[in-house]
Design a protein around this ligand. Structure first.
Ligand code: PMV
Length: 302
């Protein structure tokens, strides 16, 4: 058995993070920042990272596949990733998916998508609390789509090629943010219901705006979605500052992406204003300009 590698994309959630945990559809897109995972058998009995760590989603995902296939084997895992961790860009899901896919290649000589999805979900649970599965689905299939817990990912054309992604530099734990929203929900059930209804309206409007590529409207709807995220308590000073900076640089709209409490903000801007905006914003924050609808999991040359 030799070394096998796979890579998988990060993601941005354009609309509907947190609400997706409560059954609502979210709009998500794979980005061209990727995690690559290389796996090789070792004579030692354990599965671990090359730095010796075992507390990692990549390890859990690989162990799950070994268990399912009833194979007793030690593995060494190497991770190379351009996705910033704990920033809402799906780094841990991407690592889980790439690790599961590389393990599947090593043991079965193919990427068994069902097995990889199950294994990656187990990996995600290590860093998450009650994951909706949105991160692992988009890391697996790539592209852009509407994700629901009930029906998984349905591809849609979001008509946007590129976005500004601003890293607030504040890291946070997804599981803690999801728990915080659960507490808000328990204490404010009526209010939460109203918020979900308002989100339904935003979502319907945005699906229309994608059809005629109305960037101005999409930007306004991002700001409305951000208001709802603020109400459920997942925004913070750094996020609000990043949003204001993006709007000052000419963005149509901006909002947090992922769990919030820090992490990244996404902003929509005309391609011909992108370069100038990047130089303005990067005086204060680290900025990425990823291409959207990137390819899902794939084998890599080792
Ligand atoms: O892990 P993050 O920060 O990319 O956020 C995941 C999105 C949430 O809706 C907050 C949680 C979930 O499982 O859907």
């Amino acid at each position: 058995m030799k070394v096998r590698s796979a890579s998988s994309p990060g993601k941005i959630i354009l609309f509907g993070e947190h609400f997706v945990v409560y059954g609502k559809p979210a709009i998500v897109s794979a980005i061209d920042l990727r995690a690559k995972v290389k796996i090789q058998p070792t004579s030692e009995p354990q599965v671990k990272l090359s730095n010796g760590s075992t507390h990692n989603p990549a390890v859990k995902a690989a162990e799950y596949i070994l268990q399912e296939l009833k194979i007793n084997l030690g593995l060494i895992i190497d991770i190379e990733s351009t996705i910033p961790p704990s920033a809402g860009l799906g780094s841990s899901a991407s690592i889980s998916v790439a690790s599961a896919a590389a393990t599947s290649l090593l043991l079965l000589d193919r990427i068994d998508l069902d097995l990889v999805r199950e294994a990656a979900f187990v990996g995600e649970k290590l860093v998450h609390f009650n994951p909706s599965g949105i991160d692992t689905s988009i890391a697996l299939y790539g592209g852009s789509g509407l994700y629901t817990r009930a029906e998984s990912l349905k591809p849609i054309n979001i008509s946007i090629d590129r976005l500004l992604v601003i890293d607030t530099g504040k890291t946070r734990k997804t599981g803690e943010m999801v728990k915080k929203v659960r507490e808000f929900y328990e204490e404010n059930k009526e209010k939460f219901k109203e918020i979900l209804e308002e989100y339904d309206e935003i979502l319907n409007s945005v699906l229309d705006s994608f059809k005629n590529r109305n960037l101005e409207d999409i930007g306004k709807l991002m700001l409305r979605n951000q208001e709802l995220l603020r109400e459920i308590g997942v925004s913070c000073e750094e996020i609000e500052k990043a949003i204001k900076t993006a709007l000052d640089a000419g963005a149509y709209g901006a909002k947090l992406t992922g769990a919030g409490g820090g992490g990244c903000v996404v902003a929509l801007i005309d391609e011909d204003r992108l370069e100038k905006a990047v130089s303005m914003i990067s005086e204060k924050f680290k900025v990425y300009t990823p291409r959207l609808s990137a390819e899902g999991v794939r084998e890599e040359k080792t």
